[in-house]
Design a protein around this ligand. Structure first.
Ligand code: FAD
Length: 106
């Protein structure tokens, strides 16, 4: 089975990087595809407890994909939900772009 922590760091890097390069004004079809991607990602994520909780979280917190800033904010909230579950520090979502788009190193 995959290393859940390593898988997680790699996956968050991919997910936040996708939000960072997402259009400011995505077409309706891209928005539909992005929502479908997230649903499929939630199904296929190769950590079963993680996947189940993420799918449940998305039922209550429908993906917001109408703009880069909405999507980035939503992804940050998704990550914070996992941080909370694991007893990690909450990340300040005002800083998601600084962390993942315009850049700082941690
Ligand atoms: P990570 O949490 O991987 O974070 C990497 C970097 O992202 C941090 O160094 C920080 O700079 C930045 N960051 C932190 N929080 C945020 C945020 N809110 N927004 C933007 N950037 C942020 N692990 C489990 O043990 N159980 C689970 O149920 C579980 N569910 C997961 C569900 C999903 C969808 C994903 C992608 C991962 C899940 N993980 C789960 C893995 C877990 O979230 C971490 O990736 C793993 O514990 C390693 O944590 P880390 O402290 O190295 O940093």
């Amino acid at each position: 089975p995959p290393d859940v922590a390593q898988l997680g760091r790699s996956s968050w890097t991919l997910l936040h990087s996708i939000t960072a390069t997402y259009p400011e004004s995505p077409s309706p079809s891209l928005q539909t595809e992005t929502s479908a991607f997230l649903r499929t990602f939630g199904k296929l994520y190769p950590c079963w407890v993680c996947a189940e909780d993420f799918q449940d979280w998305m039922k209550v917190n429908t993906p917001r994909v109408s703009s880069r800033s909405e999507f980035g904010q939503w992804m940050c909230e998704a990550h914070n939900a996992v941080n909370l579950k694991l007893g990690k520090k909450e990340f300040d979502c005002n800083k998601w772009e600084e962390r993942w788009r315009t850049g700082w190193k941690d």
